[in-house]
Design a protein around this ligand. Structure first.
Ligand code: AP5
Ligand code: ZN
Length: 217
């Protein structure tokens, strides 16, 4: 079972991916996480990537496809792959199809998390993540516990992303509508697109996603 989670910044892709990892033993492939790891490397590529990400623009297809290829070829597939934040352009979608075909794998479905723009701002500016395990929190909807310890791992260090501000979000949204939303038509035409109301509660969304996965298996 291989799926793509598609949706604008803050739609809840990472939150739902983590639930699927926990419940179904799937492997989350987040290009955002891979790029954030690359930027800490201090290499020339890392520095370039950091600038582009902080602005809210897309990193080049070449870099991102290279990162995904590396992960797919490393052979750790578990209960299948969850592509989170990838593909984001038609070129990336074509590259993914070719990579999967080479591996004898298929893409079962693409789930679009639909959230209106006004709700995304509040989600993005209120987000923090555990520095140890990556658990996602939100100032209003899922606050860090009063004892300051992560519910999943007990970690006490929490991070906010440099691109989680209103200015970068504007650019990220523009990139989504201009470069990524054409993928909705692309996957709809292939009969793979499923839509979920991303404004519902996290558990309600997770249940809907579960039903879609069971039907697509
Ligand atoms: P990336 O890391 O992929 O970020 P994104 O797509 O902007 O998505 P986010 O991680 O911001 O949001 P999410 O949908 O995962 O939401 P989350 O679950 O955290 O990309 C970052 C950058 O990297 C890009 O701008 C680009 O520069 C580069 N990049 C990455 N991939 C690339 C690619 N393929 N090609 C080129 N460049 C690439 O939830 C958000 C908040 O809402 C959290 O606080 C959460 O607790 C809360 N929340 C979640 N669900 C709910 C709910 N149902 N109700 C209430 N609150 C909720
Ligand atoms: Zn943690």
């Amino acid at each position: 079972m291989n799926i793509i989670l598609l949706g604008p910044p803050g739609a809840g892709k990472g939150t739902q991916a983590r639930i699927l990892v926990e419940k179904r033993g799937m492997v989350q492939l987040s290009t955002g996480d891979m790029l954030r790891e690359a930027r800490t490397s201090g290499t020339e590529m890392g520095k370039k990537v950091a600038e582009v990400m902080d602005r809210g623009d897309l990193v080049t297809d070449e870099i991102v496809i290279g990162l995904i290829r590396e992960k797919l070829e490393s052979g750790e597939s578990g209960g299948g792959f969850i592509f989170d934040g990838f593909p984001r352009t038609l070129a990336q979608a074509d590259a993914l199809e070719a990579l999967m075909a080479d591996m004898g794998e298929t893409l079962n479905c693409v789930i679009e998390l639909r959230v209106r723009d006004e709700a995304l701002v509040a989600r993005i500016v209120g987000r923090s993540t555990c520095g140890t395990c990556g658990e996602v929190y939100h100032d209003q909807t899922k606050p860090i516990p009063a004892d300051g310890k992560c519910t999943k791992c007990g970690g006490t260090e929490f991070k906010r992303r440099a691109d989680d501000n209103e200015e970068s979000l504007k650019t990220r949204l523009l990139a989504y509508y201009k470069q990524t939303s054409p993928l909705l038509g692309y996957y709809h035409a292939k009969g793979k697109l499923q839509r979920v109301d991303g404004l519902a509660d996290v558990d309600v969304i997770a249940a809907s996603v579960g039903v879609i996965l069971d039907k697509s298996a």
